[in-house]
Ligand binder design. Structure first.
Ligand code: ZN
Ligand code: ZN
Length: 308
C-alpha cells in the first residue's frame, strides 16, 4: 500500500459512522424520530434497532431510576436519544420521583401504564404535575385483555377522557395503545383488541384530536399500525387532518429493526415483522412527503422543544 492508498483507507474508515447515520436517515426519505422506544439493557441493543429500522433518533421510555443506563447510552451515541420517565402512580412518592426525573433531564412522563382509571385520582395528580413542569404525559389506554387476566390500563378512555382534556387545558396529553387507536372508528365498543375493516367516521379519537389542542397521538405499537392499515381512504384524510398532532413511534421489541424475534400473540400477522418498518411503510404510502416528515420528525421536535 502506498502513502496515497493508505491515506484514502484511513479517510474511508473515518467517515463510516457518518455515512451509516446518513443512510439510516435517507432510507425513508426523511430523518425519523421514534417517540416510543423502551430502553434496552445494553447500549448496543438500542442502537441496533434504530440503525436496522432506519431511525435517526429515539425517545427512550424508562421506569424508575435509569440514569446510569441512560448515561452509558448517551456516551455511546451522543445526540441520538431523549428520554421520558415513568413511575408507579399509585405510590405516594410518585410526584416527587417524577419531578426529580424532569430535573435530571427527562422531557416527559411515560409511558404511564397502570391499572387505574383514566379519570381516577392517581392519574389526575400526574396530569396536574405534567402541566406544572411543562412536560407532556404519554398514556397507555387499553380496555381488552390480550391474554387471560392481563388486566386493563387507564380505563374509561372513550367515556371519560373528553372531560379530562377540558379540565386540564395546560396539560399536553399523548394518547397511545389499543383503546386510543380502536376509537378512531365510531362503531368500536371494546370488542376486539385490534379491530379490522373500514373505519366508521366520527370516532372519538379522531374528533378529539381536532377539538382539543392539548391532545396528540403516538402512532406506535400494533394498535397504531393497525389503525392506519385498515382503511386506506380514511388514513389519507386522517393524516392530512391531524398532520400537526401525530407522532411516529415504534414500541417494537424486535432485536434488529427487521423483525427478528417479534411475536405479539394478539397479532399473528405481525410475527417476524418490525413494527417500526410496518408503520413507516403505511405512513409513507398514505401521505405527502411534507406531511410524512412532520409526523416522523418535525412534530416530535416541536413538542419536546428539541432543536432539529
Ligand atoms: Zn404501551
Ligand atoms: Zn423492530
Amino acid at each position: 500500500m502506498n502513502r496515497r492508498e493508505f491515506l484514502e483507507t484511513v479517510a474511508a474508515a473515518a467517515v463510516v459512522p457518518t455515512l451509516a447515520l446518513q443512510d439510516a436517515a435517507h432510507e425513508w426519505g426523511s430523518p425519523v424520530f421514534d417517540l416510543h422506544f423502551h430502553l434496552r439493557p445494553q447500549p448496543a441493543g438500542n442502537i441496533a434497532h434504530l440503525d436496522g429500522a432506519g431511525v435517526t433518533k429515539a425517545n427512550l421510555l424508562t421506569r424508575g431510576s435509569a440514569l446510569d443506563q441512560l448515561k452509558a447510552l448517551q456516551a455511546t451515541a451522543p445526540s441520538r436519544f431523549t428520554w421520558f420517565s415513568s413511575y408507579d402512580v399509585t405510590k405516594s412518592d410518585a410526584e416527587q420521583v417524577l419531578t426529580q426525573a424532569v430535573k435530571s433531564g427527562a422531557q416527559g412522563f411515560g409511558e404511564m401504564k397502570f391499572h387505574v382509571a383514566a379519570d381516577g385520582p392517581e392519574l389526575r395528580r400526574m396530569y396536574a404535575l405534567a402541566a406544572d413542569l411543562r412536560v407532556p404525559i404519554l398514556i397507555h389506554f387499553q380496555e381488552v385483555d390480550h391474554t387471560p387476566n392481563e388486566g386493563t390500563w387507564s380505563t374509561g378512555f372513550a367515556k371519560t377522557f373528553a372531560s379530562i382534556l377540558k379540565e386540564y387545558p395546560m396539560t399536553t396529553f399523548i394518547g397511545h395503545a389499543d383503546a386510543f387507536w380502536a376509537n378512531v372508528s365510531a362503531d368500536y365498543h371494546n370488542e376486539a383488541v385490534y379491530p379490522a375493516g373500514p373505519v366508521k367516521r366520527g370516532g372519538v379519537t379522531d374528533r378529539w384530536l381536532g377539538d382539543y389542542p392539548n391532545l396528540f397521538g403516538d402512532m406506535s405499537a400494533v394498535s397504531g399500525s393497525n389503525a392506519m392499515a385498515r382503511d386506506p381512504e380514511f388514513t389519507t384524510d386522517f393524516l392530512k387532518r391531524h398532520q400537526d398532532k401525530l407522532l411516529f413511534g415504534s414500541d417494537c421489541s424486535c432485536s434488529d429493526g427487521h423483525g427478528a424475534g417479534y411475536n405479539n400473540p394478539a397479532a399473528p400477522r405481525m410475527a417476524g415483522k418490525c413494527v417500526a418498518r410496518e408503520t413507516l411503510s403505511v405512513l409513507k404510502r398514505s401521505t405527502s412527503s411534507v406531511v410524512f416528515q412532520k409526523i416522523v420528525w418535525g412534530n416530535a421536535h416541536t413538542l419536546l422543544r428539541i432543536p432539529e
